[in-house]
Ligand binder design. Structure first.
Ligand code: ASP
Length: 415
């Protein structure tokens, strides 16, 4: 029998998960007790690798770029691209959610202001910026604080570069550690088709079509906006900054996007995003720098989700958003999407930051929490597509986008 590709297997897992979920609608407890733990096991495995994966990959990328000013320039270009696309994403989200006002979501919902919402208070913008610098890097690693880990990894990489030749052995060790983390993640990725089944079944069993119906409008707008932003913004990016055709871009990015759809974690998708960037011709140091950075600070999908949730919750509360409030949404959604880690469900905390900034009740989150996984699948896919687009654009600007060269790359650890 011909061996099925991972992508095909993931699709089969997804389809079987939906069918099993529909069959188990009256037995949610069975789905939760016997099937869900396998999904949780998979997510735990992913969480296990995320911190060392980002840490070593980013250090290895910064060191591989080879000189501090060049890292600075590439970092600057990366951040400008990431910022720019996130603002465009939010503009799309605000536009689409205004257009979809005709759906009158307020007729379907009421917000229970006494509802218990278990969301941690998000930090203010100033705190988010100040918190980026870890006062204790070991604590940052232990707590999985991704922004702090990024800052420390970059400083460490700069230190290695600054000391030059005498750190050669250390640089090699860091590259090898990054390779080891890619290998471990690769094993976990092979489990995805089964995990997708185990994660989908309880979601479908618990949410069923009936519960989903009133929320279909929100889900629909999030999906439509993510798809439109993905196709328009990333295709235009390819056309403007690179010689890669949008079709080639999406073809090569597809495995990573699909994996993001099922794992709902951009951090866990790093190895696949790296592979896609390699196939698109992004040189090794650039991709090992831009992709892990993007998995944490670049989240167009999450920013879209936050903006749409804010507009819908405002509508349900009967509040008409002013232009000023919309500008605040753009600012807060951009900054909070930078602060969150690329792990499942991260955006829920970010939404609270946006709601608070425009004075809407936090209880509104209760409306979307139930279907968060379904929304997370769309936004993570877009987050990952955006990271790969960023890597391709930055590589093109640096003159380091060459498919022939990446084909001939010598692996750090030959098979
Ligand atoms: N799950 C998303 C990611 O990993 C973050 C979020 O929007 O919750 O990119």
């Amino acid at each position: 029998m011909k061996k099925l590709s991972l992508v095909t297997k993931i699709f089969i897992g997804l389809a079987l998960g939906i069918i099993a979920g529909l069959l188990l609608q009256n037995h949610v407890d069975i789905a939760n007790t016997y099937i869900k733990p396998f999904g949780t096991l998979f997510l735990n495995l992913l969480k296990m690798v995320i911190v060392p994966l980002v840490f070593f990959s980013l250090m290895s990328g910064a060191i591989g770029i080879g000189d501090i000013t060049k890292v600075g320039r590439i970092g600057g270009r990366t951040i400008i691209y990431f910022f720019g696309t996130t603002v465009i994403a939010i503009l799309f989200a605000l536009g689409f959610s205004q257009a979809f006002k005709v759906l009158h979501v307020e007729d379907f919902f009421s917000i229970d202001f006494n509802a218990e919402v278990s969301v941690n208070q998000a930090n203010s913008i100033v705190d988010t910026l100040l918190n980026m610098v870890p006062t204790n890097p070991i604590a940052a690693l232990a707590n999985g604080d991704m922004l702090q880990i990024i800052v420390f990894a970059l400083f460490f990489g700069f230190g290695v570069l600054a000391l030059g030749a005498c750190t050669h052995e250390l640089a090699k060790l860091i590259d090898t550690c990054a390779e080891v983390m890619y290998k471990i993640t690769d094993w976990i990725i092979q489990l995805t088709p089964y995990a997708v089944f185990a994660l989908m079944t309880p979601v479908v069993a618990a949410n069923g079509p009936d519960v989903l119906l009133p929320l279909i409008s929100i889900i629909g707008v999030v999906y439509v906006t993510c798809i439109v932003h993905g196709i328009v913004t990333y295709s235009v990016s390819m056309k403007l900054f690179t010689k890669v055709s949008p079709i080639t871009f999406f073809k090569e990015a597809a495995p990573a996007i699909l994996f993001a759809f099922s794992s709902t974690s951009s951090a866990a998708t790093i190895p696949l995003s790296m592979e896609s960037s390699k196939k698109l011709g992004v040189a090794l140091p650039i991709r090992s720098f831009v992709i892990p950075l993007g998995s944490t600070i670049h989240m167009d999908g999450s920013a879209i989700y936050q903006s749409i949730a804010a507009v819908f919750i405002a509508q349900i509360c009967g509040v008409d958003l002013t232009l000023g409030q919309m500008l605040i949404i753009i600012l807060t959604a951009t900054l909070s999407s930078i602060g969150a880690a690329g792990v499942p469900g991260a955006a829920i905390v970010m939404v609270s930051m946006v709601l608070e900034s425009i004075g809407l009740p936090l209880e509104g989150i209760a409306l979307v929490v139930g279907v968060d996984r379904i929304l997370d699948m769309a936004r993570t896919s877009l987050n990952v597509g955006g990271d790969i687009a960023g890597a391709v654009v930055v590589a093109a600007m640096e003159g380091e986008l060459d498919v022939e060269k990446t084909k001939q790359e010598v692996p750090v650890c030959p098979e």
